[in-house]
Write a protein that binds this ligand. Sequence first.
Ligand SMILES: Nc1ncnc2c1ncn2[C@@H]1O[C@H](COP(=O)(O)OP(=O)(O)O)[C@@H](O)[C@H]1O
Ligand SMILES: Nc1ccn([C@H]2C[C@H](O)[C@@H](COP(=O)(O)OP(=O)(O)O)O2)c(=O)n1
Length: 229
Amino acid sequence: MNDTNRLPPVVTIDGPSGSGKGTIAKLLADRLGFTLLDSGALYRAAALAALQKEVDLADEAVLTQVAKDLDVRFLVSDGRLQVLLEGRDITNEIRMERVSMAASTVAAIPGVRAALLQRQRDFRLEPGLVADGRDMGTTVFPDAPVKVYLTATAEERARRREAQLREKGVSVSLRDLLDDIRARDAQDMNRKASPLAPAEDAVELDSTGVGIEEVLRRVLALVQERTSS
Ligand SMILES: Nc1ncnc2c1ncn2[C@@H]1O[C@H](COP(=O)(O)OP(=O)(O)O)[C@@H](O)[C@H]1O
Ligand SMILES: Nc1ccn([C@H]2C[C@H](O)[C@@H](COP(=O)(O)OP(=O)(O)O)O2)c(=O)n1
């Protein structure tokens, strides 16, 4: 701990859509007093910028430029993360299903990922960072002392999304949500650039049928174990 080059610790939480990454990352960051990185929000903001500019989502060069030029800022207001694109609040808009799928498509482009890499690493501030995404443990923070790979069955993840949307007053069929989840899983896992996969040193945690409090307890225990030396 006397090493002056020591970087702030990072807890990475990777996994597929609906596994609970965002929920657990937020609770964990609050509990530890760490900064929070929602890396998916960066890809979602890039996708929304591309959709607004009506860019062809197959045009890798133009999409890479969109990611390089991305004017996105994160603000924490009343304990909630706000995402601003060119100064405009896009927090709710980026959660729409068409943006989710576009984010997954845009995120498969190596140039887009390279353009967003340093921005993500810049979140590594004292006293520490909790980073949620797909490649936090494999590519962005490979030296993180604590890596979690959170999963749940596709059926359970679709049910969670349905409940989340119902609470917002949006009614979507479970069948459609399950199809969307499977399509995004396949796209995120099968791409060449930083595919969704557990890091070799990640602890896999299946949250199917496990409540949020219990998942948080297990992750906190892991943080204790990995950082108390
Ligand atoms: N362990 C869990 N058990 C039940 N519901 C959960 C659990 N973890 C998260 N949820 C709920 O599932 C939904 C999706 O969680 P979220 O954190 O957004 O997932 P992700 O960030 O992995 O896409 C939210 O409504 C959240 O409250
Ligand atoms: N580190 C990351 C984070 C997200 N992505 C891509 C792939 C995902 O399908 C989209 C959206 O990610 P996000 O974490 O916001 O999505 P979910 O909340 O898990 O549904 O972005 C990525 O490729 N790498």
